[in-house]
Each structure stands twice: as C-alpha cells, then as structure tokens.
Design a protein around this ligand. Structure first.
Ligand code: GLC
Ligand code: MG
Length: 534
C-alpha cells in the first residue's frame, strides 16, 4: 500500500485566526473543532496546526516555552484530544508544528542556561565569547534584522538567535538537547498525532567553529539577511544525523510523517529539499519558499519540480502557494491575472496537479486576498521594526471569514486580534456556498477530480518544451496519462493537440479539431498520450 502522505492534501490552520469560541478575539482549539466539518467537506486528507503550545507569543507561538502543553489562549490538552478525536472521526490526519531550532527566552531551559557558564544547562544554547573589542563573535545576521547575537551580562557572553532576540537557538551539537527534544516529540506521538511540520529544519545546526558567512553580492532587497550566503549559520551537514534520529523515532509508530520547512531560496532550497528527503531514513518530505515567491512563470514551476526530481529521484516534495509567512498568492500574482477569481481557480488547478504532497492555507479555498493594514494594526515584529519597507506577515494572517452577516464575518463576537475588512468578508463561506461558480465550488471540484485520478496522485511527471506563458506537464501512472496545461497570463492562448484526447475534469478551456483554446488563466486536463505544439 502506498503511504497515505505521498499524495495527501494538507490544510494549514492558523489557530489564532480560524475560529474564536470563547469571545476573546483570538481563535482557539474548540473553535477549530467546531469548524472541522468545513475542512473535511473540502475533500482534504489532513490538517496542519500552526503552533498551539505554551508561548509568550513574541512570534505568535513560534517561540515555545513549554513543548508539552497547550497555551491557555488556545485551550487545554483535553481540548486538543477532543480536536484530534473529531478530526480522526472525519477522516482527517492531524499534523502539529514542532519549533525546536529555538525556544522562547522564557523557556525554563533558557532561564537556567543564561544564569552562568557552569549550570546543568549551560551548554543547551549556543553561547560564545565576545571578540576582544566586545563585538559579537562573528558576522551572522538574524532573519528578522540586526545581528544574530544578543549579550548576556551574567555570563559575559553572547547567545545565538537566528530569529528574534526572544528566540534563542538550542544547541543541537549537545546530545542531551537532541534526546530531550525527541522525547517531546514522542509525547505527541503517544497522544495520537499523525505527523510533524518541522519549523526551520535547516537551521538546527550551526558551524561549531562559528566561521563568518561570505557575502552574497546579488542581494538588492531591503532586508539585511540577504547580504550573506548562510553556509555556516545553517544548512550544516551535521543535521543529517539528527534527521535520521527523528525518522527512527517516527518509524516506531504506524503511518506517521514529517514535513520539514526549508528556509532558504533558489537552487540551495531545492538542493536541501532533495538532500533531506533522499532515501527512506531522513524526512518524509520538505517544502521551501520557492513556490511561495513572486515568480509566476512556467520555467520557474518547472525548475522547482524538476530540481527536486533530479536532486533526489526518491525524494519527496510538498508544494504550496500560500502560508502564514507570505503574501497571499491571489494578491502576490495579481499582475498575471484577468481577475482574482480566475487566478484563484487556476492556482488550485495547477497546485493540485503537481506531484507530491500539497499544502493549502486556510482561506485560499475562498480565493482570499491579502488584507491591507495600517501601521497601528500591525503585530508582526519585523514589520513593526522596518515599516513600511517591510510589510510583515499580518496581512495573510487576518481571520477566516465564515458568515457574511455576522460580526467579524463570524470569526469572533469580540474585537478580533487582527481586523476583518470588507474585501475579505465579501468572500465569506456563506456567500460562496450558495454559488456553484464560486472559488470554493472550484476547490471542491478540483480536489475531488484529483482524488479520482491515480495519475495526479502518484504519476511520474514530464515537461514538454513549450514557450511561455504556457505551463504543461504530463503525469503518468501505470500506463495512464493525463496532460495538464495552464495559461499563466491574462490573455487567451491557443495550442495544437495531436492524438486522441478529451478534456477531463473541471477544465476551463475548449477543444475542437485539434485546437486547444485556453482563456485568461485557463487550464485543461487532457486524457491520453498526446503531443502539444504552440
Ligand atoms: C518559520 C515560521 C515563521 C517563524 C519562523 C521562526 O519560518 O513559519 O512563522 O517566524 O519560522 O520560528
Ligand atoms: Mg478564543
């Protein structure tokens, strides 16, 4: 039997913004449980919950201060168990977010570690002496701006933080740290979770010699982080050994999986995805930010898919177009679209035809757009620090919109932690539910089509050479082929088709006398073994 995760569609839930059940303006576990029918009704296989653990919320839960408890904002362990039970009843697997590259500075481990150079946890974080002139030990920057080093007067040393000052990096070179983190993962496996999303999996290890990173001459953006090639602060070869330990742990249990988040760009990201998923003893799959980027060309999507295939023929990718860290794709790619709904439908058709596992982000099934916020509404630290050049991630994290007629579109009866604005509320589930032509209806139809097509679920993938703006690839499984064609532009395109074929599924195109006509952002699935020409 093929493992369930290989062709799975995972729906990412951002707990703060899914459904508030207790009237505090913040989404919670009980709220998620109430809304699981919507998720199951889409026809997806699993949910991924962004962090729900005890946290001071400096980075909205990506700063954990207790790895084996639920933050009171979200509920209790009993609420979590009820959520898992309901999800399983509905046939949904549950994946939780493990943020173990760093903890919160309020974690008791760090509170102890920072006290002195000789306490029992002195070596649990990455500590280094200053240079003779008092400056940090090397040139490593933080992803969120400024140096990756923060001074601790009690130890007269610096500690490493790849992200916020409040997110000190755990020292994975220390076997006791590895053992303890693996035990926290066991805690959740025993509680019945089906898998883990591994936050910043390529940041786990740092160069033990703390060598300077070399410059990256190509950088032009407003962030300081891009000025270097991060060869010593992340992507370290030592990581593979730890990934194997994690795999051995999850393999002790039935049918569990891990998806690693590779925080990097370009060819490096693709190479790491391949390296971390090659063979059967590392991660089950990885995702990177390559398809979460502004690029929207056939060549780019082909490069991503072929890159992982070539880098690791037995590796496995997980692709997504949106998540809680990037501008929603309907807004990000709007320059390539006739209208937002056409783009949203095409994105669904394209993403759900890609090989591997697929991640959808809450609200994308509504064709949701990025929320425009003003400075006073922001919560995301990098945006608060570098506004307006850095817009931050709040605009993709605003609440889910359920009911057009209810306050805050049904998300909460209180003041929501981020606002629900009119353009977003106009896409509420209640409105789209009643409309057979809605983006929501298209997602359901395409998800169900994908389920019905073994070629889309497990097929090999080959790309014919066609000029932009057409992306085409053939998926083949056990002798049955389906050719997937997408017009990545706002003007119509035509192709010549040779061979016996029919348009399949919810295609948005027309075919007659060997001419395939794709409207703006059109898409087609063509049966059989055919040839395409521009
Ligand atoms: C990942 C998360 C992001 C978080 C960062 C630090 O990239 O997706 O939201 O800020 O890691 O944990
Ligand atoms: Mg609440």
């Amino acid at each position: 039997m093929v493992e369930w995760w290989r062709d799975a569609v995972i729906y990412q839930i951002y707990p703060r913004s899914f459904q508030d059940s207790d009237g505090d303006g913040i989404g919670d576990l009980k709220g998620i449980t109430q809304r699981l029918d919507h998720v199951a009704g889409l026809g997806v296989d699993a949910i991924w919950l962004s962090p729900i653990f005890t946290s001071p919320m400096k980075d909205m839960g990506y700063d954990v201060s207790d790895y084996t408890d639920i933050d009171p904002l979200f509920g209790t362990l009993a609420d979590f168990d009820a959520l898992v039970a309901r999800a399983h009843e509905l046939g949904l697997k549950v994946i939780i977010d493990q943020v173990i590259s760093h903890s919160s500075d309020k974690h008791p481990w760090f509170a102890e570690s920072r006290q002195s150079r000789d306490n029992p946890r002195a070596d649990w974080y990455v500590w280094a002496d200053p240079n003779p002139d008092g400056t940090p030990p090397n040139n490593w920057p933080s992803v969120f701006g400024g140096p990756a080093w923060e001074w601790e007067p009690r130890r007269r040393q610096y500690y490493l933080h790849n992200f916020l000052i409040e997110q000190p990096d755990l020292n994975m070179h220390n076997p006791a740290v590895q053992d303890t983190l693996l035990e926290t993962m066991r805690f959740w496996l025993e509680r019945g979770v089906d898998g883990f999303r591994l936050d910043t999996v390529n940041y786990y290890f740092h160069d033990a010699q703390l060598r300077d990173n070399p410059p990256n001459p190509d950088h032009t953006g407003p962030e300081t982080y891009g000025f270097q090639r991060h060869v010593h602060s992340k992507n370290r070869p030592e990581n593979i050994g730890f990934l194997k330990r994690m795999r051995a742990l999850t393999d002790e249990y039935d049918a569990r999986m891990m998806v690693g988040e590779v925080g990097d760009g370009g060819q490096t990201a693709i190479d790491i995805m391949a390296e971390y998923t090659a063979g059967n003893d590392r991660l089950h799959m990885c995702y990177s930010f390559e398809m979460l980027s502004p690029e929207f060309t056939a060549a780019h999507f082909r490069r991503c898919i072929e890159g992982v295939q070539k880098g690791a023929p037995d590796g496995h990718s997980c692709w997504s177009f949106s998540n809680h860290d990037v501008i929603r794709h309907v807004t990000r790619w709007q320059d390539h679209a006739g209208n937002p709904d056409a783009l949203a439908r095409q994105a669904a058709a394209m993403l759900l035809s890609f090989p591997g596992t697929i991640c959808l982000y809450q609200g994308e099934e509504l064709g949701q757009t990025e929320t425009e916020l003003v400075y006073e509404e922001l919560t995301d630290p990098p945006a608060l620090r570098f506004w307006p050049e850095v817009r931050g991630r709040d605009g993709c994290r605003t609440p889910m919109v359920w009911d057009a007629d209810a306050p805050n579109a049904g998300f909460t009866t209180a003041d929501p932690w981020l606002p629900v604005k009119a353009p977003q509320a106009s896409r509420a589930v209640t409105i789209q539910q009643a409309d057979n032509d809605s983006v929501l209806a298209a997602y359901r139809a395409i998800l169900s089509f994908r389920k019905s097509q073994p070629a889309l679920r497990w097929g090999q993938t080959e790309f014919p050479d066609l000029p932009e703006p057409v992306l085409a690839f053939r998926r083949t499984h056990e002798g049955t082929s389906l050719t997937c064609v997408f017009n990545l532009s706002a003007s119509p395109e035509q192709l010549t088709v040779t061979g016996d074929t029919v348009l399949s599924g919810p295609s948005h195109a027309s075919l007659s006398a060997g001419r395939l006509v794709l409207p703006a952002n059109g898409f087609a699935w063509l049966s059989g073994n055919i040839d395409l020409q521009a």
